[in-house]
Design a protein around this ligand. Structure first.
Ligand code: FAD
Length: 460
């Protein structure tokens, strides 16, 4: 089916807009309004888009009316949870931005160890509520990321080895579809939709709330061990061996970052979510390896663990990311990384190797829409800078490193780490599940109304 043309807003029916505005409990923000420039901002400063209207929804009822209004007026639609998509999919030029970031309701049921959470919550807000009961579920690793986009794309966090991905912990979701219907999807209701939202990103509809399974978590044994950059080869080799043998309770992240003293370092971050005594034993090989510059691993509250990377990744900087999954790190791969690190243009730029393993890797690839079920790392080159004049050299460096790494990586990519990189890379993100997702797209969104995402085109 061909997609209908969308208007971006120039030809809006003003009387209809005023009537729609008057019907809202939330806010309708338009160009010229005082809050417009703040309301259209997303995490990545490189994304500078100007919607014709921003609907700051007060609840699911307003998501339904926004979808209906946009469909009738033929408006291009963007949907924002936490606004962290580095590709900038959560905002549009012209058209309507359906902004869920004001929807922050949440209820934890400690007896059933479940939580119902609205789509505007950020990780830190969610974790604070669940930790009041000593509970948590897998989310990501930076506390101001949105739970919505993260969970819909998969969600790789410190608990993935023990408790699977964020999407594996979903029990049900409430979804507003392109035709304005409100559906609940779970293992026993609209099962095909439930399959598709667990990894299919925002393609099938707007999720207004998520119900998660929680687990007893914390305190954890976690933090980072730092090493001199000159030791990169030995440290990354050790990291790879150590991560491949670690138990489900331990998840790791290898990094190359600039330390607060201005020196670039290699770091191994880790979080052990079992007993602290056992964690001391499991983490000993890491803590006694080589001659670290610093060992910052210690018992800590889970919410503290969830923010150890926050300082290096604040909103409002310029970002360009390239990524792939990688299964292990050969000596040649490490050498290639380090050759490029020697010429990195920005001290803010990092390298991440986020471990996915254990429970997250043992789910069958076709059991949920998230297909990449293996022990592996999400290898990300997050280039970050602050002066827009530096964009060209930073983007060029990122692309060169990514090209040079191609012989060493899988030809698969995590949908939540993907930039605006074309159809072939989108297919690499959904793998063999693309076909079933495209069929679901015909059923739930035949006109590709929700197209500002890592887009699956409706096709038979
Ligand atoms: C600093 C940083 C750290 C990160 N760390 C991790 C990590 O540790 N683990 C990990 O797995 N990922 C991580 N990510 C990637 C992250 O999962 C994605 O950026 C994700 O899209 C963030 O969700 P969001 O709601 O903030 O995004 P948004 O930009 O709001 O949305 C992303 C996409 O999802 C769609 N969407 C958002 N909300 C909804 C909804 N309710 N219904 C339907 N569609 C919706 C949007 O339209 C858009 O296409 C990180 C990203 C950043 C920038």
């Amino acid at each position: 089916m061909t997609e209908p043309p969308v208007t971006t807003g120039a030809a809006l029916d003003e009387a209809a807009v005023q009537k729609f505005k008057a019907s809202l409990r939330g806010e309708l923000v338009r160009p010229g309004d005082d809050s417009y420039d703040v309301a259209r901002k997303v995490y990545n400063a490189m994304i500078d888009k100007r919607p014709a209207m921003i609907v700051r929804c007060a609840g699911a009822a307003e998501v339904i009316s926004a979808v209906n209004f946009a469909r009738i007026q033929n408006l291009l639609v963007a949907v924002r949870g936490g606004g962290h998509s580095v590709a900038g999919k959560a905002v549009c030029d012209g058209g309507m931005l359906i902004d869920l970031s004001t929807m922050k309701g949440m209820r934890v049921d400690p007896a059933s160890r479940t939580a119902r959470a609205q789509a505007g919550l950020r990780l830190g807000e969610f974790d604070r509520e669940t930790q009041a009961f000593g509970l948590a579920t897998t989310l990501g690793t930076v506390s101001n990321t949105g739970i919505a986009g993260l969970t819909l794309g998969g969600g790789i966090g410190w608990l993935n080895g023990k408790h699977g991905l964020a999407c594996d912990n979903l029990l049900s979701v409430d979804v507003v579809t392109a035709d304005g219907r409100f559906l609940t999807a779970s293992a026993s209701e609209n099962e095909d939709l439930f399959w598709g939202v667990r990894g299919g990103s925002g393609n099938l509809g707007i999720v207004t709330s998520f119900e998660y399974q929680l687990h007893a978590v914390g305190p954890v044994l976690g933090g980072m061990v730092l090493y001199e950059l000159s030791k990169a080869k030995e440290v990354f080799r050790f990291f790879d061996e150590f991560s491949h043998t670690c138990p489900d309770e331990l998840s790791t992240l290898g990094l190359c970052v600039t330390a607060p003293d201005g020196n670039r370092v290699i770091a191994i971050a880790a979080c052990y979510c079992g007993s602290l005594e056992e964690g001391e034993r499991v983490l000993k090989p890491l803590r006694t390896f080589g001659s670290p510059l610093a060992d910052m691993i210690q018992p800590m509250k889970y919410v503290e663990m969830q923010s150890i990377l926050d300082a290096g990744l604040p909103p409002g900087q310029w970002h360009y990311w390239k990524s792939n999954f990688v299964r292990s790190l050969s000596g040649d791969a490490i050498e290639t990384l380090m050759q490029h690190v020697a010429t990195v243009p920005s001290p803010l730029t990092a390298l991440f190797l986020q471990q996915m393993h254990g429970a997250a890797s043992r789910v069958r690839p076709t059991e949920t829409a998230f297909v990449h079920r293996r022990e592996q790392y999400d290898f990300i080159i997050p280039s970050i800078w602050i002066d827009p004049a530096d964009s060209e050299k930073n983007i060029k460096w990122t692309r060169e490193l990514w090209e040079a790494m191609q012989p060493f990586v899988e030809q698969t990519v995590y949908v939540n780490s993907l930039g605006d990189e074309g159809d072939e890379r989108v297919r690499a993100a959904y793998g063999v599940n693309y076909k079933r997702l495209a069929e679901l797209k015909i059923k739930y969104d035949p006109t590709n109304f929700f197209r500002l995402n890592q887009n699956i085109r409706p096709s038979a």
